[in-house]
Design a protein. Sequence first.
Length: 575
Amino acid sequence: MPIREYNVVDEPFVSVRMTGGEAAELSLLDTFRQASDVHALGGELPTHVFAQLRLLLAILLRSVERDDHADRDEEPGDRWLTLWRSDSLPLEAIESYLATFHDRFDLLDPERPFLQVPGLRTTASTKGGVGLQRLVPDVSSNGLFAMRRAGGLARLSYAEAARQLLHAHAYAVSGIYPAGSDDLSEDPRAKGGKIYPLGVGPAGDLGGVIIEGRDLRETLLLNLVLGSAASETITREPISYEEGDDAPVWERDPLTAAPERRPRPGPRGQADLFTWPSRRIRLIHDGQGVTGAVLCYGDPLGPQNLHTVETMSAFHRNDAQTRKAGRTVYMPVRHRPSRALWRGLAAILPQDVPSRETLQPATIRWLGELAERGRIPDIVLRTRAIGVEYGTQSSVIDEVIDDAVDIHLALLQEQHRELAHTAIEIASRTEDAVRALGRLAENLTLASGGDRDIAASSRDSETAEGYALMERPFRDWLAGLDGGTDPDDARGDWAGMARDILRRRAEWLVQDAGTPAWIGRAHKQNGSDALNSSKAFLWFLRALGNALPAPNAPRADGPTPSRRAPGPDENEEIA
């Protein structure tokens, strides 16, 4: 029998992995009810995890705010602590909230379908609809970044269609879209039936950061910043916040093809932001599954200065946009596919001196302040980075980023700020040491008679190998830093271990370079000297000692490893 109703409050669609390891799909109600038995969220891509978590957070946030049994005068931190100490989520408040808005979560409702526009159409859709290729991110006609080919995508289950619907609002690509219309309105931005690029989905501009706990209950609470604390925590400035001002999309008037009319631009709070309707969508179904979709532009949302409401990304002051706008502009710190999360600790951990240049994710600062007040113990936080790299004018997704590091909550506290600074400093120094290894490989290639292009390739390849060698040891070292760790001891432990690893690799490189590199070749800038493996190795040792000095050892004379000053007494690529 054809299905005419699929309400995600009751029907399964949230992708999860249970604590026993098995994969499952749960309804919204069951996800909250079984949160302690769910190890983590899942999905077709890591970005589905981010999109689903933000939906769950919007529901949890609004349930807590609307809880009739809550103490309205209770400070947000105390309210959060009550939730943390409970054995389960506030199910009574959640169930009451979902019952109130139950009809807004029906994926197939003809008048108010979940996160969709009823009757949405374009020129293409009036001719029988369009395929699912644009709705599903892991599909490609040429097989690039594709887990399935476009030609084989004829139908989605209702559960997957709901996940892809969330993902499209969060991460949809930019480019030229068809203009949309419905029985109530049409998109006023249309030019010749098209809408020209308005940007990617709002999550696509972020360097998304999730704090993962031992189960989904902990994960939801660790990413929950209550009330106006979201903006006050990260900006340290009072932000006006009115009860009921923030609302997710399903609490407002139904979407139409036209952009929403708002009393003021931008999101009014976390719930609004987490459910931002960046696209206008209508799923086409046949009673057995989803066979097509109409996908148009919705409400664009630029990434500038979202730090007052966005809690799940770091931000950095952008000088160029600040000068142009005549006011301070913060932009999200996006993840880079080529850079592991441990190398970007400065965007996560608090600095030894608070800076207005880089703002840590509000979730991290919020947890640090809660720990500072003794509200939660020193637990291990799994900090997970999720993001995307767009290509070709942001019209395609080139790569999905998914990385994680474990850190103790103590590193977020003011009293352990020196330890956090040590971790940031050591990550930077380790990068210097790895680059020195890359330059050794470059110099050995030149000493063997290789040309500059081959030498540069050797440098890049060996630098990548160096980072790979540091990957697991650094993560283990970082995870071991807690409230009882002495910063100097931690610095010395890592320096000794990293120097040993990189020196062994360097010795192998010298041996592998063989006799030609040992004999060397004339130095172009000094014909009486030769560049050979012995000299290249000595330069490497000097750079390694500068980057990761032994305890109480003075830094070697001369430039730091990151400088590139020519001279036979320094670790330097030979011109």
